[in-house]
Design a protein around this ligand. Structure first.
Ligand SMILES: C[S@@+](CC[C@H](N)C(=O)[O-])C[C@H]1O[C@@H](n2cnc3c(N)ncnc32)[C@H](O)[C@@H]1O
Length: 261
């Protein structure tokens, strides 16, 4: 089994993508991932429910964007494919929807390339969200996304691995044409005890990307230049739904790009 794992995959360092896959019940994870993921569950027993609620938010948000006429999506920190994927949800409303999937984890890239082989309206890019200019300049992004028409930017459960989130969002926002939207969820320490927060941060400490847990005010700043649509910034389970809240939270919102002055 081991010899079939490509060299570029480090099975000994926990990977956020594979920890997330483990919580969702997937099979693309290794012992180091499961150990770190279980440490998060020990600190926050509702973690699996929270992750499922986040995935459900992704589905509702993509559907909402597609209902607003969005037919091209840039999905940052896309994760290991999990049904339904962004293109599947978007195409229920916009059958010709185009999606660029971006992730820095080689295992995600390998999985997503399988889509590209069969669908020329999907591209997958291995890139780091911390370097947004490289993403905007990537040939696949330029080929598939038309930045003269509205774009749906997805930053779902990824910015808690990106300390420089505000600067990243500012660069991307400047590239977005009028009519564009962002859908974003990210971890907050609101609701957590200081001890839970510390245990979660420790569980990620040895991972390939440490966790960056934010206050509500810090998350609001990630939406600078966007108007939050109803119901604003809420627990992922509460965005246009009425799921049960969990103690540890991902706050979620969808913003429409503010018109230029
Ligand atoms: C928790 S998963 C979220 C997956 C999906 N967006 C969702 O919400 O269901 C976070 C993903 O972000 C990716 N990621 C973390 N830091 C990143 C970075 N700096 N650049 C690109 N991707 C990153 C991880 O590899 C992982 O696949």
């Amino acid at each position: 089994m081991e010899e079939r794992i490509p060299d570029v995959i480090d099975v000994h360092t926990p990977s956020p993508a594979r920890m997330y896959d483990y919580w969702l019940g997937g099979k693309d994870n290794f012992a180091a991932d499961r150990e770190a993921a279980e440490k998060v569950i020990a600190a926050h027993p509702e973690q699996r429910r929270l992750v499922r609620a986040n995935r459900d938010f992704l589905v509702r948000a993509v559907r909402f964007l597609a209902d607003q006429g969005i037919e091209q999506f840039l999905d940052l920190g896309t994760g290991i494919p999990t049904s339904p994927n962004v293109h599947e949800v978007a195409r229920e409303v916009q059958p010709a929807a185009r999606v660029v999937y971006v992730d820095n984890d080689p295992i995600v890239f390998a999985h997503n390339q399988a889509f590209r082989a069969t669908d020329d309206r999907i591209a997958t890019v291995q890139a780091d969200v911390r370097r947004p200019s490289e993403i905007l300049g990537d040939p696949a992004v330029k080929r598939l996304l038309d930045f003269d028409r509205p774009v749906g930017l997805l930053a779902i459960a990824v910015l808690h691995f990106v300390p420089e989130g505000e600067a990243v969002m500012a660069t991307l926002r400047e590239a977005l044409p009028p009519g564009s939207f962002v859908a974003l969820s990210t971890g907050t320490y609101e609701g957590l005890t200081p001890e839970q927060r510390e245990r979660i941060e420790n569980a990620y400490a040895k991972a390939s990307a440490p966790a960056v847990i934010r206050s509500r005010a810090e998350i609001e700043r990630l939406f600078a230049g966007f108007d939050l649509v109803e119901p604003g910034l809420v627990h992922v389970a509460k965005w246009r739904a009425d799921g049960p809240e969990t103690r540890g939270r991902l706050l979620a919102g969808v913003g429409s790009l503010k018109p230029a002055d």
